[in-house]
Design a protein around this ligand. Structure first.
Ligand code: XIL
Length: 318
């Protein structure tokens, strides 16, 4: 085993360093498994705990892919995060097209949460209960859940998750890391949920630090303080940093990327209410941004699993 790795250093300071995981490479690539097991102490299935994957038909659940990921995690002493019980993007066709009444949709969401969360009861460190719940104008995002059930779908989802697994950490998640109108909406939602006594333990900042996001580390640090005052932890949940947003030579771009990873890690380490940083993958070989224009090489290992300057920067910072 290695003398140094992100997870070995993280463990010494009781910190969780993690990544999103895809079942394909986990099954097919030795290096993927090696690096994952060596470097990280927390992981999250990138897509397979989403509603439509786990629950493709009303009377059918499919846990096979996630079970394999959870088994790998347990064999390597890696914590698992579930993402996401309710997300507007992952609503299956049978829900969208079912023309369900409010009561029926409540029963569907309850059944989903109850079944999924109790299937993994005791094995999930944290559940992302509602993903991307807000708009930048202060309103809730319009989804089939908010439109049909009403804004209380979030309180209900949190309660149902707590009932199904009382020991897991519950959070809502959004791209709301900087200081802007979107993060204002997100903060206000978290605050209201706490005031209403909803079982909310933390918030997730996605941290897709690309072309459109707020990337100022000091702003993020500032934003995190007000959550501490509410008694809420903050987790960085989906960090990635494409290099083509930076100018200069390839080397300069990689250095700028490394600095961003270092700065965000430092912000989390320095905050009283942050102990988890997860990236949206770890190798440039497998990143969701590959299919997009803009968004190159956003992760900390290259396509051949060689560590990049961003990896060394995080190692140093830990
Ligand atoms: C993305 C996955 O990475 C893609 O593979 C999939 O096609 C779509 O979803 N914010 C989130 C994640 O919360 O669930 C998204 O993941 C990326 C943006």
């Amino acid at each position: 085993s290695p003398v140094e790795s992100l997870r070995l250093l993280a463990a010494k300071r009781d910190f969780l360093i993690g990544t999103a995981v895809q079942p394909g490479p986990l099954q097919n690539e030795v290096l993927y498994r090696e690096v994952l097991g060596r470097e990280f102490n927390i992981l999250m299935p990138e897509n397979h705990t989403k509603f439509w994957r786990l629950h493709p038909e009303r009377d059918r659940y499919d846990f096979s892919e996630v079970d394999a990921i959870v088994q790998f995690a347990q064999e390597h002493d890696i914590k698992v995060v579930g993402h996401a019980l309710a997300w507007f993007h992952a609503v299956p066709r049978w829900v969208v097209e079912g023309n369900f009444s409010r009561d029926e949709l409540m029963e569907i969401l309850h059944d989903h949460i109850q079944t999924v969360v109790s299937h993994y009861r005791g094995q999930i460190y944290a559940w992302d209960v509602v993903n991307e719940p807000v708009e930048a104008d202060g309103s809730l995002r319009e989804t089939i859940w908010s439109k049909t059930i009403g804004p209380e779908y979030i309180d209900l989802a949190l309660q149902w998750t707590r009932e199904a697994d009382p020991d897991t950490l519950l959070y809502i998640n959004d791209y709301a890391e900087g200081l802007n109108s979107k993060s204002e909406s997100f903060y206000n939602l978290a605050k209201e949920l706490r005031e209403r006594g909803a079982p909310l333990d933390a918030v997730g900042f996605q941290c897709h630090l690309g072309f459109l996001s707020a990337k100022n580390a000091e702003e993020v640090a500032e934003n995190m303080k007000r959550y501490a005052e509410l008694g809420l932890d903050v987790m960085f949940t989906e960090m990635d940093v494409p290099i083509d947003q930076f100018s200069g030579t390839k080397e300069e771009q990689l250095e700028a990327q490394a600095k961003m990873y270092r700065d965000f890690l430092k912000v989390c380490l320095d905050a009283s209410n942050c102990k988890t940083l997860m990236m949206w993958g770890f190798t440039d070989r497998h990143t969701w941004l590959k299919g997009f224009t803009g968004g190159k090489a956003p992760l900390i290992f290259d396509e051949s699993y060689r560590p990049k300057p961003a990896y060394s920067a995080m190692l140093e910072e830990l």
